[in-house]
Design a protein around this ligand. Structure first.
Ligand code: PHE
Ligand code: NA
Length: 436
């Protein structure tokens, strides 16, 4: 019986979109974006972040998928092989190695925050955080001061991540993300509506979108750029590793635009849900990593059926975190597998190291902060810089043209120009500007 190849290609492009969206959308959108926006003064920071998504994130994501598809294996081996093919040094593979390390280091605090979300599933059901802004703030501080509580949830989350990765990520997660994204979107709409009705929506919008560039430090610009990498899962090989499964001639450009749009919309909605509650309840926008955990429970404690909606919401956040965390250790696992280790053993080793790191970030706030800061603001942009240089300058133009599926028109040419010049120079300027 003759079989049409078309549905197979469609299915696997869809699978890729789901996996990559699962990686991108996570705590970065719902937890981190609002709190760093709060810490960095709002409007101008948000605009710089959006500019970085457009001018650096999107072109680099296209480059990562391209390198992954061309190499068809884990990032380190893919880059080394492509370099050899282009008569360049296989030392380019070290970028893949830097990425594996970054992924592991991110997991060391990511899993802790995902653990907080798990705790809030439980607290929503039992009403554990109370129903006033004060009691909700107090609950979060209690959680932060209980190392054993955090360790329990962190351990649970790391174990679930390891179980999924050990089983092989390409199977199974597509389906989960398929249901997750629309449901998450629905909840975000609900929370924004609540913020609109019950919060100080005007103040929230002013904070998020009135740009006062005079207050923007070089440091804030670095954080905005770093977050563009973090939120799109770029600069460490997660998207490159998934790119290895990207079907032959599907268009990369449109796929990337869809993923970036979804990611950005969810982040902006998270901000629009939280800041109106911040201003209506006399909370501080710059209070730090607790922002999401002290604002959204206000909504859940006040709406009809809030225990139910709150617990579902935090389950959704935990699943979104899970579909991201598996992509944090997948490049390392794929690499070890290629070197002959069994997948479950490789997973156990990497998840074990990440678990120990998480143990230390629970006990020492400074470790937590350093891991967050160094990975997002230094390692990911550095990895992204080298990936841009690699795909833009080392891989032959013919090869990228073929891989892009973009047929050499203005879209391809502008992508290549931005990747070769704008993105690398932009990253360097932001680095220099903040370190001087
Ligand atoms: N993009 C994820 C988020 O926003 C975090 C992540 C970063 C995942 C890097 C993989 C790689 O939550
Ligand atoms: Na994200």
């Amino acid at each position: 019986m003759a079989q049409s190849p078309a549905p197979i290609t469609w299915n696997s492009r869809l699978t890729f979109i789901l996996a990559a969206t699962g990686s991108a959308v996570g705590l970065g959108n719902i937890w981190k974006f609002p709190y760093i926006t709060g810490e960095n003064g709002g409007g101008a920071f948000v605009l710089v972040y959006l500019a970085c998504i457009l001018l650096i994130g999107i072109p680099v994501m296209i480059a990562e998928i391209m390198a992954g598809r061309a190499g068809r294996t884990d990032p380190a081996h893919s880059m080394a092989a492509l370099a050899r093919e282009s008569k360049a040094t296989p030392a380019w593979g070290l970028i893949g190695g830097l990425g594996m390390l970054a992924g592991l280091m991110i997991m060391m605090f990511y899993s802790v925050v995902a653990g907080w979300a798990l705790d809030y599933v439980w607290q929503s059901i039992t009403g554990g955080y109370g129903d006033s802004a004060e009691s909700i703030e107090a609950h979060f501080n209690t959680l932060l001061s209980s190392d054993s509580q955090q360790l329990l949830w962190h351990t649970l989350f790391a174990a679930i991540t390891a179980a999924v990765v050990a089983a092989g990520v390409t199977r199974g997660i597509g389906r989960a993300v398929d249901i997750l994204m629309p449901t998450l979107l629905l909840f975000m709409v609900m929370l924004v509506v609540y913020a609109f009705v019950k919060g100080d929506f005007a103040a929230g919008m002013h904070f998020m979108f009135d740009a006062d560039f005079s207050k923007l430090s070089g440091e804030a610009i670095l954080v905005a750029m770093g977050h563009a990498f973090f939120t799109l899962s770029l600069g460490m090989g997660a998207i490159m590793a998934y790119g290895a499964y990207f079907p032959g001639h599907a268009s990369i450009g449109k796929t990337v635009l869809a993923i970036a749009a979804m990611d950005t919309v969810i982040a902006l909605m998270a901000g629009a849900a939280m800041f109106p509650l911040v201003f209506a309840n006399d909370l501080t926008p710059g209070q730090g990593p607790g922002l999401m955990f002290v604002t959204l429970p206000i909504a859940f404690s006040q709406i009809e059926g809030g225990a139910f909606f709150g617990s579902i919401f935090f389950i959704l956040v935990s699943i979104a975190a899970l579909s991201s965390s598996i992509s944090l250790i997948e490049p390392g696992v794929a690499w070890m597998e290629k070197r002959g280790l069994k997948r479950p053993i490789a997973t156990l080793m990497l998840a074990g190291v990440a678990w120990v790191g998480g143990y230390f970030s629970i006990h020492y706030g400074a470790v937590f902060n350093a891991l967050d800061y160094i990975t997002a603001n230094i390692m990911l942009p550095l990895g992204g810089l080298f990936i841009a240089l690699f795909v833009g300058w080392v891989m032959p133009a013919q090869r990228t043209l073929y891989e892009s599926g973009m047929a050499g028109g203005p879209a391809y040419r502008s992508w290549r120009f931005v990747l070769r010049y704008i993105a690398p120079i932009g990253i360097l300027v932001v680095f220099i500007n903040s370190f001087l």
